[in-house]
Design a protein around this ligand. Structure first.
Ligand SMILES: Cc1cc2nc3c(=O)[nH]c(=O)nc-3n(C[C@H](O)[C@H](O)[C@H](O)COP(=O)(O)OP(=O)(O)OC[C@H]3O[C@@H](n4cnc5c(N)ncnc54)[C@H](O)[C@@H]3O)c2cc1C
Length: 402
């Protein structure tokens, strides 16, 4: 193994060799920034380049918990100035639109602010604080996580490196190595793979509505979303076998239009896409989320279908619990928070899993069984007529208390 890496020592450092964070997505960057601001030094290892990470277009709807954490991390400025606060959401059922007001039902709101912008803000914050992120780190491997001194080995800049640390945060997403490093007997997984995906495009056109429109239609689900007043994000339900090259922009718009209501169809401004991708829909949970000195957070431990806009927000709530626990560990010499991390995080994860599964089955054409379609319509009718059902929906969408 090569020479030990030098841990950068900043002004706030109060411990010689604390954390390694694997993955510089939102979970890893946010955790790193919160720890750094509390005097806990950490190094983040990311497989991709910074430019690649910034090109990934994903989440767009953030809850209060994520807003609060970005503020705590000292990077909330642009989110407040550029984010779009949404008081409600619209659901279009077979050409008829309904509105559910989060503000009226819960007093809360969500903010539309793209994951790419959050990532950029966190990267800038991390660079300004002098915290170290190693991009293009390959062959990252975890060792001895069940001992008091785990080690991480990796390659960067042509060198083989090994670092010892107090803890490892596995924030490397669903396909990362952290979860896969855990012995099979120590981990349980629960999974549902849906027979469909989302075909998404980003286009420099004004959004069709000021609020998101979720569309349930016999032709299949659609979502009209946005990032800014001039940047729209649209999704269509597609099969998992879909070839993205078979979807020129014209075909996308022609498939979207018949699913919309008359007003939306008239207001729709089409244009060339600047990004196009297909995302499979999956529900997945790994339990527990702690293995000795390894703590999983975000998509590394759980996946939700994007219908409920929960993935990034769950990553943020994991980071809230984990950062609080690590700060307590170093400041108060107490492991109470670390010992409870997995249980606290999973309690919230399962609520979000339930909501995301429910929204997915409510709005997508998952089967050709007419019974399933009728049940969907009856459930939606109940949602629009019952204040209790609408309130439960709104409470879940804006984010359950943590
Ligand atoms: C189409 C779509 C729409 C979505 N919409 C929403 C939404 O509206 N709201 C919401 O809350 N969520 C949404 N999500 C989910 C959200 O994007 C994810 O939950 C979020 O990115 C999770 O962050 P993360 O940091 O845990 O994982 P990731 O973003 O996956 O980051 C993991 C990082 O680890 C790196 N990595 C992987 N393997 C290794 C390795 N071996 N070594 C080092 N680094 C590694 C990866 O390159 C990556 O940078 C959406 C997702 C999709 C696909």
């Amino acid at each position: 193994m090569g020479t030990p890496d030098k841990v950068p020592v900043g002004a706030h450092v109060n411990h010689a060799n604390p954390g390694r964070i694997v993955g510089a997505g939102p979970a890893g960057l946010l955790l790193g920034q919160l720890l750094h601001r509390n005097g806990i030094d950490n190094v983040t290892l990311e497989r991709q380049t910074a430019e690649y990470v910034l090109r990934r277009v994903r989440a767009g709807v953030i809850e209060q918990i994520t807003r609060d954490l970005l503020d705590e991390a000292g990077v909330g400025g642009r989110m407040h100035s550029d984010g779009l606060v949404h008081d409600g959401v619209q659901i279009c059922v077979d050409g008829v639109r309904h509105r559910l007001s989060f503000k009226a039902l819960t007093g809360k709101t969500v903010t539309v602010y793209g994951q790419t912008e959050i990532t950029r803000d966190l990267m800038d914050g991390r660079a300004a604080a002098g915290a170290k992120t190693v991009y293009a780190a390959s062959e990252v491997s975890l060792h001895d996580v069940f001992t008091d001194q785990p080690r991480v080995t990796y390659r960067a800049g042509g060198a083989a490196l090994e670092i010892a640390c107090d803890f490892v945060a596995g924030c490397d997403g669903f396909h990362g190595i952290s979860r896969k490093s855990v012995p099979a007997g120590a981990i349980a997984t629960h999974e549902r793979v849906y027979p469909l995906g989302w075909l998404g495009i980003l286009s420099e056109t004004p959004p069709v509505s000021e609020e998101l429109i979720y569309v349930r239609h016999p032709l299949g689900f659609a979502l009209c979303s946005m990032r800014t007043p001039t940047l729209s994000r649209y999704y269509l339900q597609c099969s998992l076998a879909e070839d993205i090259d078979a979807w020129p922009d014209e075909r996308f718009w022609e498939e979207l239009k018949p699913r919309l209501d008359d007003e939306a169809r008239e207001r729709l401004v089409t244009g060339p896409s600047i990004e196009k991708s297909i995302a499979p829909l999956r529900s997945f949970v790994a339990e527990p989320m702690r293995f000795g000195r390894l703590f999983l957070a975000g998509d590394a431990a759980h996946i939700v279908p994007p219908t409920g806009a929960k993935g990034l927000n769950l990553a943020a709530s994991d980071v809230r619990y984990l950062s609080e626990a690590l700060i307590e560990h170093y400041a108060d010499k107490s492991d109470a928070g670390l010992d409870r991390y997995s249980e606290r995080a999973l309690a919230r994860v399962w609520k979000a899993e339930r909501f995301s599964w429910w929204m997915t089955t409510l709005l997508h054409r998952i089967s050709d069984n007419s019974f399933d379609h009728k049940i969907q319509l009856a459930e939606l009718d109940y949602l629009f007529r019952s204040k209790a059902a609408a309130t439960a929906f709104a409470e879940n969408y804006v984010g359950l208390a943590y």
